[in-house]
Write a protein that binds this ligand. Structure first.
Ligand SMILES: C[S@@+](CC[C@H](N)C(=O)[O-])C[C@H]1O[C@@H](n2cnc3c(N)ncnc32)[C@H](O)[C@@H]1O
Length: 253
């Protein structure tokens, strides 16, 4: 279980793409600031630049770290991620070869959602953080304009609430990747993961989400875990292991 994160101040920068910035600030009820204004402690900024939405923070040395959603890059990805993507596909597909209806209940930057959608699966992705949602949705829109058609369908929602409201909706597979506790041994996580950690509320409800997911997945629930971490809940039927992570698979009866 993660500790309570420090409250993060999120601000939207005004610049040449003023209309979009204003609309974003209004949608999220966030303050607009001049790009030149000094950085507040523990703050994150949203900035439109060249028609791309970035989330920015500063590192302890004062250097800006910018994160954007780039699904073209995800599709032409590096080798380690490719290997991880293959394991993910193996975990969610099992022996099925037909397209599946998958719920990614913890979408984050939607990299895993994208990998599953690119394999031809219909992916509904839920992300609770409105800031993360906006950054990812911006990337999805750019990907669609660039002609990529196999994309996840992203919604901003907390997954337990969404599944409760949409009580009749079943999925073939439900995929869960809640935030792991930080390993003290590891080097700093990638910058998009650092940003997600800062924006994410303390996640205490993952077991509840898992129990609910078990009742709504026709084939299986798949949970991403750190390689040496315990299972999120219960005993998985089997696991598929990568170098750093593993996928725990819970078959439906
Ligand atoms: C580790 S990240 C997921 C990374 C993702 N698999 C990817 O490929 O980018 C976990 C994300 O799940 C979201 N999340 C956690 N619990 C959630 C819930 N109950 N409903 C919706 N989103 C949730 C967090 O806000 C965070 O962005």
């Amino acid at each position: 279980m993660l500790g309570k994160p420090e409250p993060v101040i999120v601000q939207v920068e005004i610049n040449s793409e003023n209309d979009k910035a204003q609309a974003l600030a209004e949608r999220l009820s966030l303050p607009l600031i001049e790009a030149s204004s000094p950085w507040l402690a523990n703050s994150i900024r949203l900035r439109y630049q060249d028609a791309v939405l970035y989330a920015l923070s500063v590192d302890p040395a004062g250097a800006e770290m910018a994160v954007k959603a780039d699904f073209q890059q995800v599709l032409s990805t590096r080798r380690r991620q490719q290997a991880q993507g293959e394991l993910l596909i193996k975990a969610v597909q099992g022996r099925q070869r037909q397209p599946l209806f998958i719920l990614d209940a913890t979408a984050g930057m939607a990299v895993d959602s994208m990998v599953m959608a690119a394999m031809g699966h219909k992916v509904l992705a839920l992300e609770q953080s409105s800031v993360v949602y906006e950054v990812v949705q911006d990337g999805l829109q750019r990907a669609a304009h660039a002609g990529i058609s196999l994309l996840p369908d992203l919604h901003q929602a907390e997954a337990v609430a969404w599944l409760t409201i949409n009580a009749e909706q079943m999925f073939d597979v439900i995929y869960l990747d809640p935030m792991f506790a930080e390993s003290s041994k590891r080097a700093l996580p990638r910058k998009n993961m650092q940003l997600l950690r800062r924006l994410t509320e303390a996640q205490t409800g993952s077991e509840t989400l898992w129990s609910l997911a078990k009742t709504r997945a026709r084939l299986r629930v798949v949970v991403k875990r750190p390689l040496k971490g315990g299972p999120l809940a219960g005993s998985p039927d089997y696991s598929i292991k990568g170098q750093r992570i593993r996928f725990d698979i819970y078959q439906s009866n």
